[in-house]
Ligand binder design. Structure first.
Ligand SMILES: Cc1cc2nc3c(=O)[nH]c(=O)nc-3n(C[C@H](O)[C@H](O)[C@H](O)COP(=O)(O)OP(=O)(O)OC[C@H]3O[C@@H](n4cnc5c(N)ncnc54)[C@H](O)[C@@H]3O)c2cc1C
Length: 808
């Protein structure tokens, strides 16, 4: 075995082989793959081999499309037969809600260039002869679906990678990983050691163990999964003979089943509700090419539905039941990318649909390792979407929830209950007592809206039971004073003699003077947005940065990567130690003066200023800023003071008509200001000019901030896209996100977010369109639940277009 390699990929399942293929294809020839047993000997060998492009996250859907389109290429390069059957497939809806969901996926797919088609149940039955259409409301047909031979495909990646220079060692188990002082790795195996610059955890069923080798508790768990194979079926043979085609794939969401032809019979698999984790504590190293005992009882409820929906199964003999384990992350998406404080350690794990996603995962990771950037929007599968708050038991309940809901609809206003509450703030129970309907983000409970007695959340694609209460919350803010919890934002203290110097390189904005705040975009090397912060200079060498809560680990990873040991600068996250409340509305100043005895007039407390001041009994950092667009104050305090500050504000606010508001009201309010938000409008695929944040970029500052050159290039060339706000002539449903934006009959852009702007009484959407047509006033439509709704561009914010109120 070699003693040195540029990269060592641990794991020879479909994912590891795809990573090796992509690394060698993109130019890293000195790469090695180590496999404990034989290639495919984890979950890969017994997979059903199905593949499809559909995914709730359009970016993951795009990577799935890439994966499927790659198969012919790897077959050709390797000369290895992969048993590709591109049969097409139908996704079947048994209820109107499901049909609405499928149509929304179809609509999203439009701007990604996906070729799906909405069809009736009868049309679906002509394509998929085994189904009984009376159980279904409608369907979506996808021509890019099918199945392949899992083992052949893995070997095709492997052989193609070998032809490109990669080396593969089987029967070689990685036993330990040690990072050297210079950041390189010693990979200890039972066949000797390899020294490498990079290691990739593609350990599949053992990804957790390969994580533990470097002290990581990766949120990954294996679940048992069953599918059955029938004896030959007359119906299948007849269809093959009469049509000359194979029986296409089918996904029956309400039956929680998938099926496809296997030889002259059928394969039917199910994601059963009574699901069972496999080896929840540690995966045995001697498990290899083994199956688990089938448990027919567990899948019987699903099969009964399946046999009704596909009656030919009733008389078919069952030849075999396969039960095998494969891994999931808590949200079912892969865990890909680098890990904070572990330079050169990369993850490519928890890939639950290796044959739909493996190619895309391999490409994104190889780009990331070689170019420093995945080259796509991989936010939905970035390993950094989980933080240090992850525990093994959280992963366990969440993965089980995800598995059992694999085919369930998740409504846009639906919060999933498992693993909650995990992280709470001291005002949690007070908020609940006021009717708070909680949502969870990055493990933390946060009020979404406040339900009056007797009102409950009704899950829906359309406006729902929260519509009126949220409207009241909005009214409270715009007319009196509202209070919301802001603890969900990420907070970082940046201190040290070189703090300013470092921040000047990290952020694209000018660095504020003492006591002042500034909006601070952060860019990557390619000039794309990787963060939008509010930066405050508390003292000469002491800064506070507030950013997106869900991106905390993502940002910490970036900060850590760029921390220069030569500089005196420290970045300290304040996740649970510093908490927040915000007040907003015309009476917020009066409230602030009442609780602090400070003069908060414009003269003494200017917009974008931050002060350390009392709020009742507690010292707080108070910033004059508001994301609602109103006069407002953000208040940051020690966690132990949050409850007291909350009660002080509520008591003092009573005579002013104070009311609580949640994240949904905030969304409604910020839409009226054309304010974007992280992970929706601001993502690493947009430049600051495209996103309308260029006014916060100090293109001419002396510091050579990261992404400066690319940002200047974007400014000069004008970029490609423009973020626009639209007022939509919606009926009873507002946009959710990812809907296509049409212009003069063609899909030209996509929605990033939206909702109902209660104070203005209109439906609003934000989204990206090509810059060439961005100034066109007419011809715009947005597709909501399959219906094209007219809309018009709203260049000026609906609320306070000159921002006089906020600054007043
Ligand atoms: C019953 C069943 C049906 C399925 N059907 C489908 C389907 O239709 N379509 C689909 O897309 N997916 C399907 N899957 C899921 C699919 O199998 C997985 O997504 C895929 O196999 C994941 O591949 P992987 O490479 O990540 O992991 P694995 O296949 O588990 O590969 C990991 C490899 O790493 C090796 N390894 C681990 N640790 C070490 C170490 N320390 N040193 C050296 N080597 C190591 C292991 O030996 C193993 O070979 C199915 C799974 C099951 C169980």
């Amino acid at each position: 075995m070699k003693s040195h390699a540029q990269a060592v990929v641990i794991g020879g399942g479909v994912v590891g082989c795809s990573v090796l293929f992509h690394l060698t294809k993109l130019g890293w020839k000195d790469c090695v793959l180590l496999e404990r047993s034989e290639l495919t000997s984890g979950s890969t060998w017994h997979a059903a081999g199905g593949m499809h492009t559909v995914n709730g996250d359009p970016n993951v859907a795009q990577l799935q499309q890439y994966t499927i389109k790659l198969y012919e290429e790897i077959q050709e390069i390797s000369g290895q037969e992969i048993g590709l059957h591109l049969t097409g497939g139908v996704m079947l809806a048994g209820t109107q809600d499901r049909f609405d969901w499928l149509q929304s996926l179809h609509a999203k797919g439009r701007y990604l260039g996906m070729e799906t088609e909405v069809i009736s149940a009868e049309e679906a039955a002509k394509i998929m002869p085994l189904m009984d259409p009376k159980h279904f409301v409608g369907a979506v047909y996808d021509p890019i679906e099918g199945h392949l031979d899992p083992s052949g495909t893995t070997w095709a990646y492997a052989k193609a990678a070998q032809k490109q220079g990669g080396e593969i060692y089987q029967q070689t188990r990685v036993e330990a990983l040690h990072q050297n002082e210079d950041g390189t790795w010693h990979v200890h195996t039972d066949q000797g050691d390899i020294h490498a610059e990079h290691v990739v955890n593609a350990g599949g069923l053992w990804a957790r163990e390969v994580g533990k080798m470097v002290g990581l508790e990766l949120p990954v768990l294996a679940m048992e999964h069953m599918y059955l194979l029938t004896e030959d079926m007359e119906e299948v043979k007849r269809f093959n003979e009469s049509s000359g085609k194979e029986v296409p794939h089918a996904m029956d969401f309400d039956g929680e089943l998938y099926l496809r032809q296997e030889q002259k019979g059928m394969l039917m698999g199910t994601y059963e509700k009574a699901c069972v984790p496999w080896q929840p504590d540690a995966t045995p190293w001697d498990f290899s090419m083994e199956l688990l005992p089938p448990d027919l009882d567990r899948i019987t409820p699903s099969l009964e539905v399946g046999f009704q929906h596909f009656p030919a199964f009733e008389t078919a003999g069952i030849k075999k039941i396969i039960n095998g384990p494969f891994t999931f992350a808590p949200d079912g998406n892969p865990l890909v990318g680098p890990v904070r404080d572990l330079p050169g350690y990369w993850c490519a794990c928890a890939v639950m649909a290796g044959f739909s996603q493996g190619g895309g995962v391999g490409l994104a990771l190889a780009n990331w390792m070689i170019e420093g950037d995945p080259g796509f929007d991989v936010w939905g599968m970035d390993v950094s979407r989980y933080g240090e708050w992850i525990t093994k038991s959280y992963t366990n309940v969440k993965v089980r929830e995800n598995y059992s809901r694999r085919f369930s609809i998740r409504f846009p206003n639906e919060e999933l209950p498992a693993g909650r509450p995990l992280r709470t703030t001291p005002v949690y129970d007070l908020m609940l007592s006021k009717g708070a309907q909680m949502g969870e983000a990055f493990g933390l409970e946060q009020p979404l809206w406040f339900a009056p007695q007797g009102v409950e959340e009704v899950f829906s694609w359309k406006r729902s039971s929260d519509f009126q209460p949220v409207s009241e919350e909005v009214k409270t803010v715009r007319e009196r004073v509202g209070l919301m919890e802001t603890s969900g934002f990420a907070k970082y203290v940046v201190q040290g003699e070189d703090a300013e110097l470092w921040l000047d390189q990290m952020l694209a904005c000018k660095i504020p003077k003492e006591g002042r705040m500034r909006l601070a975009p952060m860019l990557n090397e390619t000039g794309k947005l990787i963060g939008d912060f509010t930066l405050t200079r508390l003292e000469e060498e002491d800064f506070l940065m507030i950013g997106s809560g869900v991106a905390e680990e993502y940002h910490l990873r970036w900060f850590t990567e760029y921390l220069d040991p030569e500089l005196d600068v420290h970045v300290v996250p304040q996740s649970s130690t510093m908490l927040g409340l915000a007040i907003a509305g015309p009476k917020s100043r009066e409230l602030m003066e009442n609780v602090s005895s400070y003069d908060c007039s414009n003269e003494h407390f200017r917009f974008m200023e931050m002060k350390l001041m009392p709020v009742g009994l507690c010292e707080c950092l108070v910033g004059r800023v508001s994301y609602t667009g109103d006069l407002g104050f953000e208040i940051w305090m020690e966690a132990e003071n949050q409850r007291t500050v909350f009660q002080t504000l509520m008591e003092a606010g009573e005579s002013l008509g104070i009311g609580l508001f949640g994240l949904r009201a905030l969304n409604s309010l910020r839409l009226e200001k054309n304010y974007g938000s992280w992970a929706r409008e601001y993502r690493p695929i947009y430049g600051p000019l495209e996103a309308g944040l260029d006014r916060f970029v100090a293109y001419d500052k002396d510091a050579d901030f990261i992404g400066k050159e690319a940002a200047i290039e974007e400014k000069d060339s004008g970029g490609k896209l423009r973020l626009k706000t639209f007022v939509v002539d919606a009926k009873d449903a507002d946009v959710i996100g990812d809907e296509p934006i049409w212009h003069n009959g063609e899909v030209k852009g996509w929605v990033t977010s939206g909702g109902y702007a209660h104070a203005s009484g209109v439906s609003v959407a934000m989204g990206y369109i090509p810059k060439e047509i961005a100034e066109q006033e007419t011809g715009w439509e947005i597709e909501i639940l399959g219906e094209l709704r007219p809309c018009k561009v709203q260049n000026q914010p609906l609320f306070d277009p000159e921002a006089k109120i906020m600054r007043g």
